[in-house]
Every structure is written in structure tokens, then in C-alpha cells.
Design a binder for this molecule. Structure first.
Ligand SMILES: *[C@@H]1O[C@H](CO)[C@@H](O)[C@H](O)[C@H]1NC(C)=O
Ligand SMILES: *[C@@H]1O[C@H](CO)[C@@H](O)[C@H](O)[C@H]1NC(C)=O
Ligand SMILES: *[C@@H]1O[C@H](CO)[C@@H](O)[C@H](O)[C@H]1NC(C)=O
Ligand SMILES: *[C@@H]1O[C@H](CO)[C@@H](O)[C@H](O)[C@H]1NC(C)=O
Ligand SMILES: *[C@@H]1O[C@H](CO)[C@@H](O)[C@H](O)[C@H]1NC(C)=O
Length: 767
């Protein structure tokens, strides 16, 4: 009897369970449909149109994703296209596309809170307006809440303080205009607090300093005022961004683990604390545009990791010690518009290529035409020199504004990547047409006037290696007279040897036979242009050797190019690698692709004239010992124009699948493809794959053709982004292909999506 009873009980509850699951599904679909209605039918929720199945079965898109556990929705991410524009003047949001008058944030949140299992909620750029209701606390399982780029105003509701599981809270670029509340310490697991670009007032709340789990605090572009509290308790803090507020008084003690401290454009006064010179991990310090005075702690310059030190437009005085030592990584120093006297220490001598140093507008005895009279720095009063000072400030403000726009751009990038791609794509179609027809013959005059327009490259990278010409004897010695044991391979462009210079440096030497005879003067101009192409993701060209010495008019037909030696093989072999510890995961591949895309973007836009036709393929991508990707074989057309044409003629009929062999975007599309499916055998493999592109559309198709290593290490969303950009790159119609900037953007977005998925997974797994 007992067993029968038990059986019945189990049976009955089983019978009851099924309808309740279905009810749950129906209920959740109803809720999602209501949310869609509240949000006035954003395009990202179009998939819900006529949808009746399990919401947990909906496939994610770049703008919408739903994740479930035990049939309940636990993650909901919706990205709209209602961009909040940000004023370039003061960093505040400019209202533009809000939802209509009839939108009610109160009933929207009421509906939302019925999804009681939500752990991750992203509602970005949806035009949501109004004060955020306190009842948001009903979503008590929330670990991540991101409602950035909307139009919410008023105060941050105290209900947030009851979301004690929160790890990330982002409300960037809204219109919150009350004072910052001071109840933060109940959020004991919070790691990221981001409230950038609002109009928050009042003092920086001290309760924040009691959340020891915090790694990032970003509250730039608000109206915070008063004195900052001691922050030394925040032992996990890496990023502190409080730019452009109205904070004043002295600078606080900062936590030891800090990596980035951005405190510019406030009203801080007093001296820079000596303690800043003990922040061993600090990389970025921006204290510019404040009222700081006194001497500058010299330890700041020699911090082991410091790379960016911006102290401009303060009232720092005294002289820097003559023996000042600069950290090895220091790449940018701005001490301009202060009241410094004495000489500029040798390690800040701006004539060195190693770092960018700005020091105008002081009273230094170096470069005096850009300095004030010493009396200006000795006297506290500014009035006498006010005009000069004003001009200085004006210039600084303009410079600051440019820098600000750049920084703001990066603030917005994350949000923007999610919705601008279409707009960007359109924007770039026109300039791209120009790129599609790069000059095939570049005159030496144009090359001689070549300019490097990218200053960014200078920052944060190691100094460029010295370029020089080598003698043939030197190269013979380095390669043991071009011994066959040092032969590394024969590319499309000549033989490659490994060599070792007298000073012990390993190099790769490429020998090239020129079909066109340039005068050696002309050749040197061309080599000079090549030598200007420095980028962290380009294999560095160290020098050349013109056979026959290149004396005046004797035209050379053989040259050697000497490159840095990159020890870890090429990307193609890594892609076919089978050893588990050596395989490249999806994130590894994205990092490599991003590096190369940056390098190509630089080749296209960082120099005038741009260097196109860079023979992009997986075996021209080399990896160094840290798996940093470097592109080789770039810019060859500069010296090989004639060869190119002859080859093209010879290969004519064979290469008709490659619609336009010279197009970097198209070739990069193939690199993307090989990153997805593994190395492709050229010829037949390519045609086959072009036919297979459709398979990427379905889950089954993906399982069939995508490299298993990728499948097991990628998030579907990240994969989809790359599949879609790959499709565009290999589009037969050149004018429909994206620009390289667009490619780079999509890759960075894919990497970010992947990183988020990885960290979500980490936080999901029981610890
Ligand atoms: C959801 O997907 C699973 C597996 O793909 C399937 O078994 C199930 O029937 C689907 N449910 C609904 C309601 O579509
Ligand atoms: C609002 O956005 C639309 C579309 O982005 C734009 O055309 C319009 O000029 C913007 N309006 C304002 C006031 O910025
Ligand atoms: C905070 O995180 C820890 C470790 O991840 C976890 O054990 C704890 O339950 C979390 N606290 C809250 C309130 O969620
Ligand atoms: C915040 O902005 C709203 C809407 O513009 C306004 O009604 C309210 O008075 C403002 N509140 C404060 C504290 O400034
Ligand atoms: C910072 O410097 C330390 C040595 O002081 C070094 O071990 C560490 O790798 C550096 N960190 C970064 C991110 O460069």
C-alpha cells in the first residue's frame, strides 16, 4: 500500500510538473512580449514577433540574448539603438531619442520584476526615461545590472542597496541629478561601480570605501564636490576614474594596487602626496588641470610600471632633480604649464624617440622660447603674466578637449559598438572606395614626402629600433655565407634566411631580386618609406643591404631586407596544431586577429600615402614568444611594383576565385575564415569554403565546419559577430566590403563579448 501511495504521489506530482513548466514558459513569453510593448517594439526584440515557444530556446543575436536555468530566465540583455549623445563640451548626456511620453518606467519595472530569477540584466540604449523606481530591489538575485545610455533622472533609488548580490552596477550616461547616496556598504560583493556621465552632485560617499571587493570605480563627468576620503582600504581597486568633477582639497591616500588613477579637471589643491610614489603597480596617472602646488615627488617618474604621467596645468613648482630617473615603461610625460624651474632632467629630454615629453609653459632653462621668465614661477601672483597664461590655458583647453573627445570616445566605445555598426558601415563606404583603388604605382616623390600621421603609435610602445644599412659581408657573416641550414623558406618574395648579427641579435634576412631597375636614389627613398612603418604588430624592419653597394648611378637588382627575428612560428602552423597545450583558443585567436587588424589599419591610415596590398595570409602572421602577433611581408609593393604585375599576369587564370587578390580586406576575410575553420588548402579548399559559408547560419552547419577548438572555447554570440564580419569581408562586390576600421571594431566587440561570457562562466561555476 505504502509503495502504491508513494508511486501515486510521484505520478501526480510528475503530471502536475509538466503543465507548470509549460505555464512558466507561457508566462515568461507573456512577460517578454509586455516588455517589448513597453519598450515600443525595439528592433532587437523583433524575434519575439509571433513567437510562442520556450523563450529559453530563442537564439541570441548581437542585440538580444536570453539565458535560462531550470526553465527560468536568468539573463536578459537587450541593446537598443537609441543612442544618448554626449556633449563634447561638458561630457553630459544630450537628450535625443527617448521613448514616447506614454512610456511609464514604473509599469515597465513592475513587469520586469516578475522575472524573479534574473541574475544578469542589461538594458542599454533603449530610450528608457524617468526616475528609476525603488521596486527594482525585487530582483533580488541580480549580480549584474547595466542600464547605461538611457534617460533616467532623479536619484539612484535606495532599493539598489538591497541588491546584495550585485557584482557590477553600471548606470553610465544617464541624467541622474541628485546627490550620490551613501548606502553602498551593503553591496559587499560589488566589483564594478560605474556611474560616468551623469549629473550626480554632493560629496564622494565614504561608504564606497568600505566595499573592499571593488576593482573599478568610474564616476567621471559628474558634479561631485568636496574632499575625497582616504581610499587605502580599497585593496582590490585597479581603476579610479573621477575626471571632470568639482572635487577639491588635498588628494587622498590611494590604495596600493591601483593601476589607473584619473583625477584630472577637478579643483584638487595642495601637494601631490609622496605616497603616490609608492604605488608600484600604477601605470596611468592623470592629475592635469587641477590646482596642485609644491614639488613633484620624483619617485613618480621612476615607478616600475608607470607609462603615462599627466601633470599639466597645475601650479607645481621647484625644480626636478638633475639625476631624475625615469621608469623603463614611461612613454608619455606632460608637465607643461606649471611653475617649474631649473633644467629638464636628461631622462625627460624630448629629443629622444623613446618617450613623448611636454614641458612648455614653465620657467625651465631648456627650450627657453617656450618658457616663461623665471619671475613668473617665483611669484605666486599670476596676474602679471595673465595674458600669456591665458593663451597657454586656451591652448591647453583645446588640447584637453581633443584628448577628452578621444577619451570620451573610448568611454562610449563599448556602448557604441553595440549599435553603431550599421551607421559606421555606411559612413565608411565612401572613403573605402578610395581604398579599393589604391595607387598601384607610387612615385618616389610621393614617398619622399611620406608622413607618419599616427602619433598614437609612439605612445606606450618601446622605442623604434634604429634602422641602418648593412654591408653584404656583414650579412654573409651573419648567415654563414647563406648556409642552407639557415634557410627558412622561400616565400612569394624571395628566399628567407635566419641570421645572427655580430652583437648576438637574431634576424631574418630576405633576399629580393628586383625585376624593375630603380636608380639607387629612388630605391633608397622607397626603403626609407618602408623603414618608417613602425607598429607593435608589424615585424620590425632593421635595415637593408643593396647588392653592389648601391653606388650612385649603378642600378641595383638585388637587395636584402633585414628584419627582427620572430621566434614562435606562423599563425597557420599554430592553427593546425594538435598539442592540447599549444592550441589557440577562440580568445587567443581574437587577440591575434585584433593585433593584425590594428597593424593593417595603421598601414592604411597611419601613413601618407597609405600602404595597401599587404599580402595578408595566415603564414605571414608570425607569433613571438608571448604569442603576440606580428605581420610580415607588408608594404612589399613599394619596392616590388613591377613584379606584382608580372605575377598577376602569370597567375591570371588560376586566381579567378580570388576576385581581387590585392585587396587587404578580402584577404583578411580569408584569415578570419581560417581562424574559424582551420587552415584552408588553397585553390580547391577556397572555392569549397565559399560555397560553405551558408552553413555558418545554422547550429548544425557550424558544428560541421567550425574548428572544434573554436566551438568548445567560444560563446555563440562572439562567434556570430566574427562570422558576420567574415561574410562581409569576402563579399564578391568590393564596394560592399567593410573598411578595416569596421573590421577592427567588430573584432574588438567580439573579444569583449567573449570576455564577458568567460567571466560569467567563471562566476557561474561553483567556487
Ligand atoms: C526547446 O529546445 C529543445 C532542444 O532544442 C527542444 O527539445 C524543446 O522541444 C524546445 N522547446 C520548445 C517549447 O520549443
Ligand atoms: C537626434 O538623433 C537623430 C538620429 O540620430 C538625429 O538625426 C538628430 O539630429 C538628433 N537630434 C538632436 C537634437 O541631437
Ligand atoms: C559574495 O560572494 C561570495 C563568493 O563568491 C559568496 O559566497 C557570497 O554568497 C556572496 N554574497 C552575497 C551576498 O551574495
Ligand atoms: C533632476 O532633473 C529633473 C528632470 O529634469 C528635475 O525635475 C529635477 O528637479 C532635478 N532634480 C534635482 C535634484 O536637480
Ligand atoms: C608591474 O611591475 C611589476 C614589477 O614591479 C611586474 O612584476 C608586473 O608584471 C608589472 N605589471 C604590469 C601590468 O606591467
Amino acid at each position: 500500500m505504502g509503495y502504491l501511495y508513494l508511486f501515486l504521489l510521484v505520478f501526480v506530482s510528475w503530471v502536475l510538473f509538466i503543465p507548470s513548466t509549460q505555464e512558466l514558459q507561457t508566462f515568461q513569453v507573456q512577460l517578454l512580449l509586455q516588455l517589448r510593448k513597453h519598450l515600443e517594439y525595439p528592433s532587437s526584440l523583433e524575434v519575439l514577433e509571433n513567437y510562442e515557444g520556450d523563450p529559453c530556446n530563442l537564439t541570441s543575436t548581437a542585440h538580444m540574448s536570453i539565458t535560462c536555468q531550470e526553465n527560468s530566465v536568468t539573463e536578459l540583455k537587450i541593446m537598443g539603438d537609441k543612442l544618448v549623445k554626449v556633449s563634447e563640451f561638458n561630457g553630459h548626456a544630450i537628450p535625443n531619442q527617448t521613448l514616447s511620453e506614454s512610456f511609464s518606467i514604473d509599469s515597465f519595472v513592475t513587469t520586469l520584476t516578475r522575472l524573479t530569477s534574473l541574475r544578469v540584466l542589461c538594458l542599454v540604449s533603449l530610450g528608457i526615461w524617468g526616475p528609476l523606481p525603488d521596486k527594482i530591489h525585487r530582483l533580488s538575485s541580480l549580480e549584474l545590472l547595466d542600464m547605461s545610455s538611457n534617460f533616467m533622472f532623479g536619484s539612484i533609488p535606495s532599493g539598489i542597496s538591497r541588491l546584495i548580490k550585485l557584482q557590477t552596477l553600471a548606470m553610465d550616461i544617464n541624467f541622474f541629478n541628485d546627490s550620490v547616496p551613501d548606502w553602498w556598504d551593503s553591496l559587499s560583493n560589488l566589483t564594478i561601480l560605474s556611474l560616468k556621465g551623469n549629473q550626480l552632485k554632493g560629496p564622494f560617499p565614504t561608504s564606497i570605501c568600505r566595499i573592499t571587493s571593488l576593482t573599478d570605480i568610474a564616476m567621471s563627468h559628474n558634479e561631485l564636490s568636496g574632499k575625497l576620503p582616504d581610499m587605502s582600504t580599497l585593496s582590490n581597486l585597479h581603476v579610479l576614474d573621477l575626471r571632470e568633477n568639482k572635487l577639491d582639497s588635498g588628494l587622498p591616500v590611494l590604495p596600493k594596487g591601483l593601476i589607473t588613477a584619473l583625477l584630472s579637471k577637478n579643483s584638487f589643491s595642495g601637494e601631490i602626496p609622496e605616497q603616490f610614489g609608492e604605488l608600484a603597480l600604477l601605470q596611468h596617472l592623470d592629475l592635469s588641470f587641477n590646482h596642485l602646488s609644491g614639488t613633484t615627488p620624483s619617485a613618480l617618474f621612476s615607478l616600475p610600471n608607470i607609462s603615462y604621467l599627466h601633470l599639466a596645468s597645475n601650479m607645481l613648482s621647484g625644480s626636478l632633480p638633475d639625476h631624475l630617473s625615469c621608469g623603463r615603461k614611461l612613454g608619455f610625460v606632460d608637465i607643461s604649464d606649471n611653475k617649474l624651474i631649473g633644467v629638464l632632467p636628461p631622462c625627460l629630454d624630448s629629443t629622444s624617440d623613446k618617450r613623448v615629453v611636454k614641458f612648455g609653459g614653465n620657467c625651465l632653462s631648456t627650450d627657453v622660447q617656450h618658457q616663461h621668465q623665471e619671475s613668473y614661477c617665483r611669484e605666486a601672483s599670476m596676474s602679471k603674466q595673465s595674458r600669456i597664461r591665458e593663451i597657454g590655458i586656451l591652448v591647453a583647453i583645446i588640447g584637453g578637449a581633443v584628448l577628452f573627445v578621444v577619451l570620451l570616445g573610448s568611454v562610449l566605445l563599448i556602448l557604441c559598438r553595440r549599435y553603431c555598426s550599421r551607421v559606421k558601415f555606411e559612413q565608411h563606404t565612401r572613403p573605402k572606395v578610395v581604398q579599393d583603388n589604391p595607387p598601384t604605382v607610387v612615385s618616389s616623390e610621393v614617398l619622399a614626402n611620406a608622413r607618419l600621421i599616427s602619433q598614437v603609435v609612439k605612445l606606450g610602445t618601446q622605442s623604434a629600433p634604429v634602422y641602418r644599412s648593412f654591408s653584404l659581408d656583414e650579412l654573409k657573416e651573419a648567415t654563414n655565407n647563406f648556409d642552407s641550414s639557415l634557410f627558412m623558406g622561400e616565400g612569394s618574395k624571395g628566399k628567407l634566411y635566419k641570421g645572427r648579427l655580430e652583437n648576438g641579435t637574431y634576424v631574418a634576412i630576405r633576399s629580393l631580386t628586383l625585376l624593375k631597375k630603380y636608380s639607387s636614389q629612388n630605391l633608397k627613398v622607397r626603403l626609407d618609406f618602408l623603414s618608417k612603418l613602425h607598429h607593435p604588430h608589424l615585424v620590425a624592419l632593421l635595415g637593408h643591404c643593396i647588392e653592389g653597394g648601391g653606388q650612385d648611378d649603378s642600378s641595383a637588382n638585388k637587395i636584402f631586407l633585414v628584419y627582427e627575428y620572430v621566434p614562435n612560428g606562423n599563425y597557420r602552423t599554430h592553427l593546425s596544431e594538435n598539442f592540447p597545450e599549444k592550441v589557440l583558443t577562440w580568445s587567443d585567436r581574437l587577440a591575434i586577429l585584433i593585433g593584425i587588424a590594428k597593424a593593417v589599419h595603421f598601414l592604411h591610415t597611419g601613413v601618407i600615402p597609405g600602404a595597401f596590398n599587404n599580402r595578408l595570409r595566415t603564414n605571414n602572421i608570425l607569433l613571438d614568444e608571448h604569442r603576440i602577433a606580428k605581420l610580415s611581408d607588408y608594404g612589399m609593393f613599394i619596392i616590388m611594383e613591377e613584379n606584382e604585375k608580372i605575377e598577376a599576369k602569370r597567375e591570371g587564370p588560376k586566381s579567378c576565385q580570388r576576385i581581387e587578390p590585392g585587396d587587404d580586406v578580402y584577404n583578411f576575410g580569408f584569415i578570419l575564415l581560417e581562424s574559424l575553420v582551420g587552415p584552408i588548402v588553397s585553390g580547391k579548399g577556397e572555392a569549397f569554403l565559399l560555397n560553405e559559408m551558408a552553413s555558418f547560419g545554422s547550429q548544425d552547419g557550424r558544428r560541421r565546419i567550425v574548428d572544434p577548438v573554436v566551438l568548445t572555447t567560444c560563446s555563440q554570440e562572439s562567434l556570430s559577430i566574427v562570422v558576420s564580419i567574415t561574410n562581409k569581408c569576402i563579399c564578391p562586390e568590393p564596394s560592399s566590403r567593410p573598411s578595416f576600421e569596421d573590421v577592427l571594431w567588430n573584432l574588438q566587440y567580439a573579444a569583449q563579448v567573449q570576455a564577458t561570457a568567460d567571466s560569467d562562466q567563471k562566476s557561474d561555476s561553483p567556487s
